[in-house]
Design a protein around this ligand. Structure first.
Ligand code: FAD
Length: 318
């Protein structure tokens, strides 16, 4: 079922959902199930599964020297979605990226998703690769998420690339895109970034999931500004509970977001990461309660592969 239909069906009740990351290749999918299992009692209508780009890794050769190889460390997104769908009877949403894929390869992924009965696609540009200082579009691929949204919408209309037979099988994907309450790091201003978001919605996006934020005021303001420029699709807040001390440096650095002073001092006063985890859980509980009280359609959690803290939050909130 489509995310937008889940939201309609909930009739104003806030839903619970979360995002997971595929295991590194060579690891067992059971580890992933072990983290999904404890969250299923909160009845998520959908679960997102991220996709990662290829990256350079260093392989040790027989002579002891290191060799650089390009590889995808966490493949399996679509397979995991199918496994989740049929194991848990939940809608699983693959993240599909522009970066690293030609349009042709993207179409193959979308065809697989359609055959497997996946109804939703999260359409993203992807970040620059670690060795690049800015995002370089893949030759023959989509440049911006709005181009990918347009490709998916065209497929929904039955327009396959270079098709030689008449289409009798159109998918009907519901399309999610990313939104940034504190603006995307490359955008010159909040206003420009919002206009870009509007372009994604105009291209066919059905809902937005936000980047993590720690100050709900940023989300509320973002939703208001989005509405004021005609973005009427649901905007789902994304929440990440802080889990280790280092998060107070790396999360603002990676995602260019502000951490409220109260949260920073609470983290600073922790003796160890066990205490930081408790602070993160409590902060996320308060954030979630306020988001629900203000009518957020869904509260979507970034689990980063660990479910114990999300479970504690969900127990208090849902
Ligand atoms: P876009 O919407 O294409 O925007 C990228 C930048 O380009 C923005 O600054 C925008 O303002 C600008 N822009 C857009 N259109 C134009 C235009 N026409 N002209 C000029 N500038 C333009 N990354 C992964 O690798 N894997 C994942 O699974 C993943 N999941 C995510 C899930 C969520 C909910 C979020 C919020 C992010 C996720 N990301 C993921 C990260 C995402 O790929 C990065 O944030 C990426 O840098 C931007 O992606 P986007 O889809 O927002 O890009």
């Amino acid at each position: 079922m489509k995310v937008t239909d889940h939201i309609k069906q909930a009739n104003g009740k806030t839903l619970f959902s979360f995002e997971i990351v595929p295991p590194q290749k060579g690891q067992n999918i059971q580890d992933l199930y072990n983290n999904v299992d404890p969250l299923m009692e909160f009845k998520p209508p959908f679960i997102d599964v991220t996709t990662s780009r290829e990256e350079y890794v260093y392989i040790k050769k027989e002579n002891g020297l290191l060799e650089q190889k390009m590889t995808r460390m966490r493949p399996g997104t679509v397979g995991i979605c199918a496994a989740l769908k049929y194991k848990y009877d939940v809608d699983a949403i693959p993240h599909v990226l522009c970066g690293g894929f030609t349009k042709e390869e993207t179409e193959y992924v979308l065809v697989d998703c359609h055959y497997l009965g996946l109804d939703n696609i999260m359409a993203l540009r992807g970040d620059a690769m670690k060795h690049e200082s800015f995002f370089i579009p893949t030759e023959g691929g989509n440049r911006y998420a709005s181009d990918l949204v347009a490709q998916i919408r065209e497929l929904n209309e039955g327009k396959y690339l270079h098709n030689i037979i008449e289409t009798n099988n159109k998918p009907d994907f519901c399309i999610g895109v990313a939104g940034y309450p504190e603006k995307h790091l490359e955008a010159p201003s909040m206003e420009t970034d919002l206009r870009r978001l509007k372009e994604k919605v105009d291209a066919g996006a059905d809902y937005v999931v936000t980047q993590m934020f720690f100050d709900n005021a940023k989300y509320f303001e973002f939703v208001e500004k989005a509405k004021s420029i005609g973005i009427t699709v649901p905007i789902i807040p994304g929440i990440k509970p802080v889990a280790v001390k280092r998060h107070q440096q790396i999360l603002p650095q990676i995602f260019r977001l502000d951490m409220p002073e109260d949260l920073i001092s609470a983290i600073e006063s922790c003796k160890d990461n066990k205490q930081v985890r408790e602070v993160g859980i409590e902060w996320a509980i308060q954030q979630s309660k306020e988001l629900i009280a203000n009518g957020a359609p869904v509260v979507h959690f970034y689990s980063m592969g660990k479910s114990d803290n999300i479970k504690k939050i969900a127990k208090e909130v849902f």
